[in-house]
Design a protein around this ligand. Structure first.
Ligand code: FMN
Length: 312
């Protein structure tokens, strides 16, 4: 089974990947949060350079994810990525953000199946790297997926990662796992499942229904419980000491990268991690008080002294 870490913009970037791998062992694969390709002829800039730096990702199997509807830019970026040593490039067809969708990218591209088909056929032919896709079921309705799946099945994709929600769901409601199952039945290429695997029971239910599952991508579940991949493989549950060591490593790595802004990153992580505690409201009350780094360190220390992990 391949267990991978989902791309999560602002969260599962190179800092998170490294600290998580150091504390809990590397996952089988990581996807970068979406990156906009540079203009044809230009290099990656700024944040993307740090995210893609082969040194920062050494020893980890990382697949860069691109967000674009421009085939020339995709192919150009794939060439740059090939030159950096990457072995696959992923296309984001799921981002639900209003600005992204309005530009016809991410989940917005799903509303234009003809254009999408032409784009994918073109990039699959010209990309120097194999192309995988991470998709939702559609923009508004599950019924849109029939047509999209027809399109995907006619293309030489390296892999199709299915997050079985539509854009209108954002992250609410339940993933429609049957449509993942339908994808497994039909696709001539490898398929991965993504969505709402938060605990071993979710994983076991997925595998019981679709034992042929070969790749599960984990997102919020790993943010809430960084030991989740180990637990899915029948390993020991998360301990408070481990969580504290992970937290401290993450904080110091973010502080080294972005100074005081590390506090915002940590609070975003806590918005998921608080769910692993008996009293998430109390955890959040502590954490939200810290504005500066020193205040934040004191507030976080209180959490680890006063609060208990659920199930511990
Ligand atoms: C804050 C946030 C940022 C995300 N950023 C990305 C992204 O950059 N690319 C992408 O394909 N999906 C992105 N996603 C979606 C996740 O990769 C994943 O599909 C989603 O969280 C469902 O999986 P989960 O239930 O395991 O979390 C993001 C989700 C969240 C909540």
């Amino acid at each position: 089974m391949i267990l991978s870490l989902a791309p999560m913009e602002g969260i599962t970037g190179h800092v998170f990947r490294r600290v998580h791998a150091d504390c809990f062992g590397a996952l089988d694969r990581y996807y970068t949060p979406f990156i906009a390709p540079p203009r044809v002829g230009c290099a990656f800039k700024g944040k993307a350079v740090r995210e893609l730096d082969p040194v920062a990702n050494e020893g980890l199997d990382v697949v860069p994810q691109l967000l674009t509807k421009d085939a020339d830019e995709f192919v150009w970026a794939a060439g740059l990525l090939a030159g950096m040593g990457y072995a696959e490039v992923n296309l984001n067809l799921g981002c639900p953000s209003g600005t992204v969708v309005a530009k016809g990218k991410g989940a917005g591209f799903l509303a234009r199946p003809e254009e999408l088909e032409a784009f994918l056929a073109d990039v699959c032919e010209r990309s120097p790297l194999p192309v995988s896709v991470k998709t939702r079921l559609g923009l508004e309705h599950d019924e849109e997926y029939e047509r999209l799946l027809d399109i995907y099945c006619g293309l030489p994709l390296a892999e199709l990662i299915v997050h079985p929600r539509v854009r209108a769901d954002q992250y609410d409601g339940s993933p429609r796992r049957k449509l993942y199952g339908k994808t497994l039945e039909r696709a001539p290429f490898p398929v991965a499942y993504n969505g709402d695997v938060f605990a071993p029971a979710d994983y076991d239910a997925l595998l019981a229904a679709w034992p042929e599952t070969r790749h599960v991508m984990l997102g919020r579940g790993v943010l809430a419980n960084p030991a989740l991949p180990r637990e899915l493989r029948a390993g020991a549950p998360l301990s408070l000491d481990e969580l504290r060591a992970f937290h401290d490593g993450l904080l110091e790595a973010y502080a080294a990268e972005m100074g005081g802004n590390a506090v915002f990153r940590m609070k975003e992580w806590w918005s998921y991690a608080k769910g692993s505690f008996v009293d998430p409201v109390a955890v959040w009350r502590h954490v939200r008080k810290g504005k500066r780094l020193d205040e934040y360190r004191t507030a976080a220390a209180r959490v680890f002294e006063d609060e208990r992990l659920a199930g511990a």
